[in-house]
Write a protein that binds this ligand. Structure first.
Ligand code: HSE
Length: 429
């Protein structure tokens, strides 16, 4: 074994960073044996260097992250500060000064992955980011490496634990959105400002990263259609149950049936209770992958938290260190397919539509005509009447999202339709 250690700079020492430092220390011998050289924590950049950090030598702590990545003797920079800046500049500077990078930064990868990969390639360095998507779950490496000989057609997952916790609570207790969110906040799953999670921004960044890798195509955050889950109601769950479904916030990356384009989207959807993703409870994440040769694969585990995320970071750290020692680099960006990313209107899906209508002759025929005029075929209709009013639940066959949303717009204009109580896509059948 080489005795000269590989030097690691840690950028950020919060929930994840402190766990990375702890595991580097407690597993030092095993890591050295697995890598073939010791790894040494050579510096830790933080915003508040005066804060006491258990297990971290204060002499290593600095507030000058730029000076740390510019040192020239750093082999690997581990970036766990998140956000776009200063993370982006620090990563670029790290490559320029000879380091490889391990990052957990989904927002940055989703926005600027191509440029960061280019910078890594230009300097012959590695950029690894297993922790950016679904915490501890091995996903980036299986997609990038294990499935590199297959053709992936769909990646569909629950990639946000906070929202899965909230939806699971609503499902199991009948609670409304706000009540379930309050519980998620009290238990520390939801942040004080939950916008990034509940509005689907976090999941959309992960969808962009997964779609890019799965389809060998650049997919940026802006390419991902996004709907949050704040409008999901207890009534939606009741409807889902009647159909033998539950509701999940899904990130769905798909190759079009003709193979000529791809789509990426995040929105709440009903899925059958028989689908493997339906049984993902609490704050867990899971990603369901469908490919030509392998068929259906499911990756499941904790998608957040200090220790699980640190596990993914450490796995990358070992891989990058091994590459350093052998003088190799791992896989870089693979975007050769360069498929166009189609808009949401082109996505083929099914809708569950719940309408409040007048209960009188001809209403059902009127409603059915609107579907027919938009080329949307109805799968099932369920009606329940009371005091001259009725609730009409229509589930469609597969059609383009543009046709389906056009249908809903036209239904809203019918005098006999008092209101559209809920619209939800149905997936996984
Ligand atoms: N806030 C995310 C979640 C974890 O709830 O899953 C970090 O991406």
């Amino acid at each position: 074994m080489r005795t000269r250690p590989l030097k690691v700079a840690l950028l950020g020492c919060g929930v994840v960073g402190s766990e990375v430092a702890r595991i580097m220390t407690t597993h030092a011998d095993d890591l050295a044996a697995r890598i073939g050289a010791p790894v040494e924590l050579a510096g830790v950049a933080v915003r508040r260097p005066s804060k006491v950090r258990e297990g971290i030598d204060p002499a290593l702590v600095t507030s000058d992250a730029t000076a740390l990545v510019k040192r020239g003797d750093i082999d690997v920079v581990v970036e766990v500060i998140g956000g776009i800046e200063p993370a982006r500049s620090l990563i670029t500077t790290a490559f320029e000064h000879g380091a490889s990078v391990v990052s957990a930064n989904k927002a940055l990868l989703a926005q600027d992955g191509a440029a960061l990969h280019a910078a890594a390639g230009q300097h012959g360095k590695d950029l690894y980011y297993e922790a950016a998507v679904a915490g501890a779950i091995p996903l980036i490496r299986p997609l990038r490496e294990s499935l590199a000989g297959d053709k992936i057609n769909r990646v569909m997952g629950i990639v946000n634990g906070t929202t899965n916790f909230i939806l699971d609570k609503m499902d199991s207790t009948g609670a409304g959105y706000q009540e379930a969110l309050d519980e998620a906040t009290a238990l520390g799953y939801a942040e004080a400002d939950p916008t990034a999670d509940v509005e689907g921004f976090d999941a959309a960044a992960k969808a962009a990263i997964l779609a890019g890798i799965a389809f060998h195509t650049r997919v940026r955050l802006d390419d991902v259609y996004r709907e949050g889950m704040t409008e999901v109601t207890a009534a939606d769950f009741a409807s889902a149950k009647e159909m033998g479904c539950t509701i999940k916030l899904l990130a769905i990356c798909e190759r079009a049936e003709d193979g000529g384009s791809v789509t990426a989207r995040v929105h709440p959807a009903m899925i059958p209770l028989t689908h493997p993703l339906a049984s993902v409870r609490g704050a867990y994440n899971a990603v369901f992958v469908e490919s030509d040769a392998a068929g259906q694969l499911m990756f499941y585990g904790p998608g957040a938290g200090g220790s699980p995320t640190a596990s993914a970071v450490l796995g990358d750290l070992v891989a990058v260190c091994r590459n350093r020692l052998s003088g190799a680099t791992g896989p870089g960006e693979s975007a050769y397919a360069a498929l166009p990313v189609s808009p949401m209107g082109d996505v083929v899906t099914r809708y569950h539509i719940s309408l409040d209508v007048a209960d009188k002759p001809g209403v059902l025929a009127q409603v059915a005509t609107v579907f027919a005029e938009h080329g949307v075929s109805i799968d099932t209709v369920r009606q329940q009447g009371k005091d001259g009013e009725a609730s009409l639940v229509v589930v469609t066959h597969r059609a383009s999202d543009a046709s389906l949303s056009g249908t809903v717009e036209a239904l809203r204009k019918l005098d006999t339709v008092r209101g559209v109580a809920s619209i939800m896509r149905v997936e996984g059948e």
